[in-house]
Ligand binder design. Structure first.
Ligand code: ZN
Length: 358
């Protein structure tokens, strides 16, 4: 998190208030692409490892988050997931993530749960989810921070395991705010169309849909995802920048991209921050929402992602629009989206006012 990396030589554009970083922190905002399993800070990783008698991983906690490319990142994600061995472990990391979100002025978040990985580990998902749900209720009661769940399957595991994840989502949503079904993992492993029956089933059942695509692959991956699966949001989708027709399509159909610049840098899918396509996507009016993806693994936060953007030519007004987008792109019912957007508008009118919780 080196702020000097992003300070433009000529200073910030003139519309930036002097206390813009403080204001960003104060203003209500949502985060919509955030993996619970990728949010474990190194000290918590060490604590989890020690809790399970894994002294070797406790010693390697720091190097665990050091990798050179996308496959190295997936390997690290697997190592971390292995340390989540009990329902209490999941509740613990949820509490820690909630503390971080609260400190950033996040008032609503849609958390991605790697249900596919939990299945792969042989865990009883309903028990884990119950522990998470109990903790979520406590967090909302204490902090006023509202949370919802996205159940995520692993692409390279294939159709049947993804079907099990969808089945869990359809069951669990009867007892808590499971708002969407998604797929993450290695987008080169299996064609998106294989999963079309699951996306159709999710849509018929009224579940929202998202998918990681156009992250490590180009526009063809996003085209395939939107044509075959009809998701409402795309995780990353930055490969779309290579195709004007695709960017027009995303804009016209209001398909959101969940863009996570630090993640893209750390997994090596973009060579430098200056070369990140977010500005070009923005100029082409592709609907964007900004997120941190796996904040601990990429040493970032949503606030840090926002603070990167002035260095890429974003104005203060652009940043405020992104805060508004964070609610507009959410999977909340329309009336609740509008309530949050109004709350942001009101906070903007009273610059000194603290962010109020619900
Ligand atoms: Zn992700």
């Amino acid at each position: 998190m080196n702020a000097s990396l992003t300070e433009p030589a000529s200073g910030y554009p003139p519309d930036f208030p002097p206390d813009w970083r403080e204001q960003l922190k104060r203003l209500p905002k949502a985060e919509l692409h955030l993996h619970l399993e990728g949010s474990i800070a190194q000290e918590d990783l060490r604590a989890l490892a020690l809790r399970h008698g894994d002294a070797a991983t406790a010693r390697r906690a720091q190097s665990c988050y050091t990798y050179q490319d996308f496959s190295g990142f997936l390997q690290a994600f697997k190592t971390v997931s292995r340390l989540l061995a009990t329902p209490e472990d999941y509740a613990f990391i949820l509490r820690r993530l909630a503390e971080s979100l609260r400190a950033q002025g996040v008032v609503y978040a849609e958390l991605i749960l790697s249900v596919g990985v939990a299945h792969w580990k042989g865990m009883d998902w309903p028990t884990i989810w119950q522990a998470l749900e109990n903790e979520r209720r406590r967090i909302t009661g204490e902090y006023g921070l509202r949370l919802a769940w996205i159940f995520d399957a692993v692409r390279q595991f294939g159709f049947e395991p993804a079907g099990r994840v969808l089945a869990e989502a359809l069951t669990c949503r009867q007892h808590g705010p499971v708002v969407a079904f998604g797929i993450g993992g290695d987008e080169a492993a299996i064609e998106a169309r294989v999963f079309a029956p699951l996306y159709n089933e999710a849509a018929k059942a009224g579940l929202h849909r998202t998918i990681h695509a156009g992250e490590s692959r180009g526009p063809e991956s996003v085209w395939e995802a939107i044509q075959e699966l009809k998701p409402e949001r795309i995780g990353h989708g930055i490969g779309s920048v290579q195709d004007d027709a695709l960017m027009d399509k995303l804009a016209h159909q209001n398909i959101w991209l969940e863009v996570c610049p630090s993640s893209n840098l750390r997994t090596g899918v973009v060579p430098s921050l200056a070369g990140h396509p977010i500005r070009r996507l923005w100029e082409k009016r592709v609907p964007l929402t900004l997120a941190s993806d796996d904040p601990a693994m990429f040493e970032t936060t949503l606030l840090h992602e926002l603070a990167l953007l002035p260095g890429l030519g974003f104005s203060w007004n652009d940043l405020l629009r992104l805060l508004d987008n964070s609610f507009a792109a959410s999977f909340l019912p329309e009336v609740e989206k509008e309530r949050f957007r109004l709350r942001l508008a009101q906070a903007l009118k009273s610059p000194g006012a603290a962010v109020k919780t619900l």
